[in-house]
Design a binder for this molecule. Structure first.
Ligand code: SAM
Length: 220
């Protein structure tokens, strides 16, 4: 199926952000944390950056799992960050998770992170290389990388079937976004080409569920 870019990069409509924050992504978000543990192991004491953090469910999962981790979580949508701030405050984790309202590509990222992670951002970006360049700019030598995203289905019918399977009872705004995201997602071959073009070809790529792919590994 030919790729159709997302109509909007940021998820900054209030109802859209709220529907996303209230949806149950626990299975895929827990898969994300498990995939990171496969790359990193059960200890992580350093600084982590989450690019496109949305409502911060993933930074919260990392903060619980790795009590010594310090996490910067970046998103360009104030509506999402408002919800992220509330979720972090509810768990009193403000001292360990710092939110940053920032649009990628960003020019002020410093090379200071022991791990850079991102879930479901890549297919939103106008230029996918912005994600890979941002990672390359801010990760320390030896740092761990994990990027997970949707995998573009082979046909519109397969995309419809995934929406029916995973979002049947979801609010209409979520069904719309999930459908658009499946059409905007990349294939594994396209992502391998992006990695080659950004000097990150050593990272591993794999399909990790019926609708997700992951890119993971360690910097030299
Ligand atoms: C599908 S959500 C994923 C949120 C979160 N990572 C998760 O897994 O729950 C994508 C997020 O990326 C953000 N985003 C999209 N384009 C962006 C850009 N160019 N710069 C910063 N954030 C962006 C959106 O606002 C949205 O919050």
């Amino acid at each position: 199926m030919k790729r159709t870019p997302e109509p909007e990069e940021l998820m900054d409509e209030a109802d859209q952000a709220l529907a996303y924050a209230e949806a149950d992504f626990s299975a895929s978000n827990e898969l994300f944390v498990e995939l990171f543990a496969q790359v990193q192991g059960n200890e992580f004491k350093g600084r982590m950056l989450d690019l496109g953090c949305g409502p911060a469910d993933i930074p919260l999962r990392f903060a619980r799992r790795y009590p010594q981790a310090r996490i910067d979580a970046l998103d360009g949508a104030p509506a999402m960050l408002e919800l992220a701030g509330q979720a972090i405050a509810n768990e009193h984790l403000e001292s360990r998770i710092q939110l940053h309202c920032q649009y990628l590509p960003a020019t002020n990222l410093q090379r200071e992170y022991d791990a850079v992670v991102s879930n479901s951002l890549l297919h939103h970006l106008k230029d996918p290389l912005d994600l890979w360049r941002s990672i390359g700019a801010c990760i320390l030598p030896g740092g761990r990388v994990l990027v997970m995203d949707l995998l573009r289905p082979e046909s519109p019918e397969q995309a419809d079937a995934l929406v029916a399977e995973y979002a049947q009872d979801a609010p209409e705004v979520l069904r719309r976004d999930f459908h658009a995201s499946l059409h905007a997602a990349y294939t594994l071959d396209e992502i391998r080409e992006q990695l080659r073009a950004s000097g990150l070809a050593h990272l591993e790529t794999a399909q990790v569920s019926d609708r997700h792919l992951a890119v993971s590994g360690q910097m030299p």
